[in-house]
Design a protein around this ligand. Structure first.
Ligand SMILES: Cc1cc2nc3c(=O)[nH]c(=O)nc-3n(C[C@H](O)[C@H](O)[C@H](O)COP(=O)(O)OP(=O)(O)OC[C@H]3O[C@@H](n4cnc5c(N)ncnc54)[C@H](O)[C@@H]3O)c2cc1C
Length: 305
């Protein structure tokens, strides 16, 4: 089912037609407060009242013309400014292929650099998403180049890839910010652990590798997962090495494990929610279904009213 849903995420015909189906649109709303930024901002303000931060992402990937990349950059600049004016810690999360990586890597670098400048102006933060493994080298290269000029920039690493331990180890040399996830794309067995239990074990092993650096303030580490048992295991390890709770940061997606987000924040961990908006939600939503195929029940419920 996971493979089928991830195949659907890449299918051109489905990506053009499915978003027009009202019941799928309604089902997708479970993971995003609305298509426009106003709805996302409103959600961010409500999270702040609960002691939870927000990271904003405008949905969109694999754009076909640089004009789309420029529009995305301008939109993110506005998001950073508006979020700062609303009293939020302005953080954004951007896909490299949304700012032109497929078309022109140097232009994608210039766009990310421009966003890092905009984030620095409002004391915000730029997160660079990690897409399928065909992009890993190019994304890490972009990250290294942007990070050489800006400190408030981080990148996502995926625990399902065999290479991630060596990538993380190499990055520790330059005070990085790492958002560790399990990984959301369809990957072949020669690049990624096929079994979920191995991915979970690697997530834990990667945390053990980098937590001492996070404890010494040499790394901003984010556990971006809804796997509460895994978070609790990492938290116990962090506690054992004397790390303060507020140094351990957890990010989750809007609409998933909301009560756990609130619990972790109340217990003193740093919690942020990734709030997505925009109309290009199809591939992103299919990946959410693939993570938990039982979510299809929500689509069926919308279909049958
Ligand atoms: C802030 C953030 C940023 C991310 N950025 C990236 C990225 O840049 N690149 C990338 O490849 N991946 C990214 N991901 C997705 C990630 O790789 C996983 O696919 C996703 O988080 C699901 O895995 P999990 O860690 O929650 O663990 P799982 O073991 O899959 O899930 C643990 C539990 O969480 C709940 N859960 C998980 N997913 C869902 C869902 N979709 N619907 C309902 N409940 C669910 C279920 O209760 C499940 O039992 C990101 C995830 C987060 C939270």
């Amino acid at each position: 089912m996971r493979s089928l849903l991830l195949w659907c995420a890449q299918n051109l015909w489905l990506s053009e037609h499915v978003p027009q189906w009202g019941f799928v649109k309604r089902a997708a709303r479970r993971f995003m407060p609305g298509e426009d930024f106003d709805a996302a901002l409103k959600a961010g303000v409500a999270f702040k009242a609960q002691g939870i931060g927000a990271v904003f992402t405008k949905l969109g990937e694999n754009i076909k013309a640089m004009s789309e990349a420029t529009a995305a950059v301008e939109q993110y600049e506005l998001v950073l400014k508006t979020a700062a004016e609303a009293g939020l810690e302005p953080e954004i999360s951007v896909k490299p292929t949304q700012v032109g990586l497929d078309i022109d890597p140097d232009a994608a670098f210039a766009n990310l650099n421009r966003l890092a400048d905009a984030a620095a102006r409002v004391k915000g933060f730029l997160w660079i998403d990690m897409e399928g493994s065909a992009y890993t080298d190019r994304t890490l290269d972009l990250y290294n180049r942007v990070h050489a000029r800006h400190s408030a920039v981080g990148v996502c690493l995926q625990a399902y890839l065999y290479r991630t331990a060596s990538d993380a180890y190499r990055m520790l040399a330059f005070k990085p910010a790492i958002r560790l996830v399990k990984g959301a794309y369809a990957e072949p067995a020669d690049r990624a652990f096929p079994a979920k239990r191995d991915v979970d074990a690697n997530f834990l092993a990667l945390c053990a590798l980098v937590l001492p650096d996070a404890n010494r303030g040499r790394l901003r580490l984010v556990l971006a997962t809804h796997d509460v048992a895994l978070i609790d295991r990492v938290a116990r390890f962090a506690d054992a090495i004397g790390m303060d709770r507020h140094q351990l940061e957890v990010h989750m997606l809007y609409g998933i494990q909301a009560s756990q987000q609130a619990r972790l924040a109340t217990e003193g961990y740093r919690v942020k929610v990734l709030v997505a908006y925009g109309d290009a939600w199809y591939a992103w939503y299919l990946r959410r279904l693939a993570e938990r195929p039982a979510n299809i029940v929500f689509v069926a419920r919308q279909m049958f009213g």
